[in-house]
Design a protein around this ligand. Structure first.
Ligand SMILES: [Zn+2]
Length: 370
């Protein structure tokens, strides 16, 4: 999991923001017509790029427009949204705060700011921000539900204890889970050395991990029922019964740790099949399950249909998507090695086009590989 929670949330958020803002801003621009035509064109290009999902291009256009019109709150909102979609969270927060300083009624900016704060781990700040969003839009049931969920998350996390290791901090709810937390830390350490050695890379800072009950996990992450863990900057795992099945515990933690490591190498632009394929190929040594799943399937799934999240899939479709991704990644690792894979991820995070990076690092065209 991991990657696709974010995608789903982004899609919802983006629909909300883009419709409201594009309409309001264009009506406003047309009515007042004070902005110079070049800035207006840059702004339009920015919103068009966002609508097309081209965050990088959108950011360039908004920044160019801001150079001419730095006190335009909508331009700061656009720049903030582009940065948010590219996971440049510090910049996103700065732009959105600037937008709100210029126009405190810009509720869309406040809604995105709350999501940025939450993703940066500032749950308390996100709640304060969403208090204002809900106050400004009392009929917005989705915003209200988000606020309630974050309040439950904060309340739960406030009463959790922490086991602090050098490479991970593990939060858990009560003394009864202390043994489990110790076990999880040891398992995570094994994953850290094993998977880090394969890719020749390690996370730069300690990775936060939270152990939940099954109900808490579903509530906080809103994962599909088949998900065994999630990563959104924090590794989140439901732990009920985990000590009864150590192999499964190791597998789930290694899978989510791989997502954390991928994020270290590339904060953005990683197709879901590559991210999930790495996590599924590296979670355990044995990939027999993936071969069986693909052989049983009536048809192959092309990788380019697995760019976006898997959370929309049902259990059986998801299994096939994971199996297909895992086998593709296994073959890439066998053919090119872990260091080349790490470099491919760094290229993607740096904004290099996927097919260009693939050809360079895997030494063959993607179409040929498929
Ligand atoms: Zn995953």
């Amino acid at each position: 999991m991991g990657q696709y929670n974010f995608n789903g949330m982004t899609r919802r958020l983006f629909r909300f923001v883009s419709l409201a803002v594009v309409m309001a801003s264009w009506l406003g621009t047309a009515a007042t017509a004070q902005i110079d035509p070049r800035t207006a064109l840059l702004e339009k290009a920015g919103w068009d790029a966002l609508t097309a999902g081209e965050a990088q291009k959108a950011g360039e256009n908004f920044r160019a427009a801001l150079a001419a019109d730095p006190r335009n709150a909508r331009l700061h909102l656009g720049a903030g949204l582009a940065a948010y979609l590219e996971r440049r969270d510090d910049e996103a927060r700065m732009e959105l705060e600037r937008a709100l300083a210029l126009d405190p009624r810009l509720t869309e900016a406040r809604a995105v700011l709350g999501q940025v704060q939450h993703r940066m781990g500032d749950v308390r700040g996100a709640i304060s921000t969403f208090d204002l969003v809900v106050a400004g839009a009392p009929d917005d049931a989705a915003a209200r539900a988000t606020l309630e969920r974050w309040r439950r998350e904060l309340e739960l996390h406030d009463r959790m204890q922490q086991a602090i290791g050098e490479r991970f901090t593990v939060s858990f709810e009560g003394p009864s889970e202390e043994a489990l937390a110790t076990e999880a830390l040891a398992s995570l350490d094994r994953a850290y050395w094993r998977i880090g050695a394969i890719l020749g890379a390690f996370p730069a800072t300690a990775v936060p991990v939270v152990l939940y009950t099954t109900e808490q996990f579903r509530d906080v992450t809103r994962s599909p029922t088949w998900a065994a863990g999630a990563y959104d900057g924090t590794i989140r795992v439901p732990m009920r019964g985990a000590l009864d099945n150590r192999g499964e515990l190791d597998r789930v933690l290694a899978h989510e740790f791989t997502h954390a490591l991928v994020r270290t190498l590339a904060a953005r632009n990683v197709p879901t099949w590559l991210n999930e394929g790495l996590a599924s190929a590296l979670e355990a040594d044995d990939l027999t399950w993936a071969g069986e799943r693909v052989r049983e399937a009536p048809a192959r799934i092309p990788l380019n249909t697995l760019q976006a999240g898997f959370s929309r899939l049902d259990g059986a479709q998801a299994q096939l998507a994971y199996a297909t991704s895992a086998r593709a990644v296994r073959r890439m690792l066998d053919e090119a090695g872990g260091a080349a894979m790490a470099n491919l991820l760094r290229d993607l995070g740096g904004g290099v086009d996927f097919e260009v990076a693939f050809l360079h690092r895997m030494q063959r065209p993607l179409a040929d590989f498929e």
